[in-house]
Design a protein around this ligand. Structure first.
Ligand SMILES: [Zn+2]
Length: 365
């Protein structure tokens, strides 16, 4: 269970709200009620909802720009800390990455601009007193948007400023070096936030520090893998020595193969050698509970998933192999015959080779 539910769909993107967001609303509402009664509670809750509407618009700044470059975003989730858009990948061209990163904060600049137009004045004072009910609602909303821009432009992943920095560095130094520097700076900033958080006793700073540190580390790992895959095809790294299980096999045959090999993931092939399904070790072991020896593996195997050709760029397939439960990808030739496998293990080995010898050539044939 993901603890979030859909509130609507815009284009190809589902907008989801996490349950903890309602806890935030409830908390804001109750504390405002205690201070100023029902009216104050309603205004405070409305204020938070409007800020989060601005956050969603900010995310759609990223999403719509990414879509222009052919990159889809399946969903965006509202959390108490802000919006998280699951953009399927970042553009490889630094100029496009820069455009996607800047588009979010630009939305808040535009919103703030229009709110200041409505106000007729700019009150710099409001920025430091966003939670002061004495200041007009519109001024506070404008100030909140300015705050969103400043916060998001902190030059550290996962903030947009980290992306902007990465794109600018990549234009000068190439993606690999840019990722290293951006991730390093992100972690350094995380330590700085953590330090000031501890010294000033500010738990929010400490929270941001942890958040930034984890994101920078994760980003460095994902980008390093993307980088290692650049210029390689699926055929360059796929496993070619493996055991496949024939589709007419029984549970007993599957157990036999499991014991006889070091493999944990088995492609299932038909009489022509074409992929018909997948069996992983857990599937076979689970099947032992309620199937007998003669049971056909087709009753508990998984669907084969979308196949790829050996000449496909490796970088395009990485997304499918992310996550601890990712299924291997079957590689087939022009006739649809299984010729290779891409597994998480393959990627781990690729990373180890690139770590030892970044210049090592992996091209086959
Ligand atoms: Zn953003």
């Amino acid at each position: 269970m993901s603890w979030s539910f859909s509130i609507g769909r815009f284009g190809a993107t589902t907008v989801r709200v996490h349950v903890t967001f309602f806890l935030l609303l409830a908390w804001i509402g109750v504390s405002a009620w205690q201070r100023g009664g029902a009216n104050a509670a309603a205004i405070s809750v409305l204020f938070i909802i409007l800020i989060f509407a601005c956050v969603v618009l900010h995310e759609f700044g990223h999403i719509l720009t990414a879509r222009r470059f052919g990159i889809e975003t399946p969903d965006v989730t509202l959390l108490p800390i802000g919006g998280v858009a699951r953009i399927s990948r970042m553009p490889e061209k630094p100029a496009q990455e820069l455009a996607v990163a800047v588009a979010g904060p630009m939305v808040n600049v535009v919103i703030a601009f229009f709110l200041f137009l409505i106000l007729g004045t700019i009150e710099p004072d409001a920025l430091s007193r966003v939670d002061d009910p004495q200041i007009s609602f519109v001024a506070r909303l404008a100030a909140a948007n300015i705050f969103l821009v400043i916060f998001n432009m902190i030059p550290a992943f996962p903030m947009d400023g980290g992306r902007v920095l990465h794109a600018l560095l990549a234009m000068k130094l190439g993606r690999a070096r840019a990722t290293q520097i951006a991730a390093l700076l992100g972690q350094a900033l995380a330590f700085a936030f953590g330090f000031f958080g501890l010294v000033s006793g500010n738990p929010i700073l400490i929270f941001i520090a942890i958040f930034v540190y984890v994101a920078a580390a994760g980003e460095a790992q994902i980008s390093a893998l993307d980088e290692a895959a650049q210029g390689l095809s699926v055929g360059d790294v796929m496993e070619t020595h493996f055991n496949a299980i024939p589709v007419e096999a029984s549970l007993a045959d599957a157990i036999e193969t499991l014991l006889a090999t070091a493999q944990h993931e088995f492609p299932v092939v038909d009489a022509f050698g074409k992929p018909a399904g997948f069996l992983v070790r857990d599937d076979i072991l689970t099947a032992l509970k309620d199937h007998d020896r003669k049971a056909s593996i087709t009753t508990f195997m998984r669907a084969p998933g979308e196949t790829v050709r050996p000449d496909a760029p490796l970088a395009k397939i990485l997304e499918r192999l992310r996550g601890p439960r990712a299924q291997p990808v079957a590689v087939t030739d022009a006739e649809g015959v299984l010729v290779g496998l891409l597994t998480r293990q393959t990627l781990a080995e690729l990373m180890m080779i690139k770590l030892m010898r970044p210049d090592w050539r992996l091209h086959r044939g």
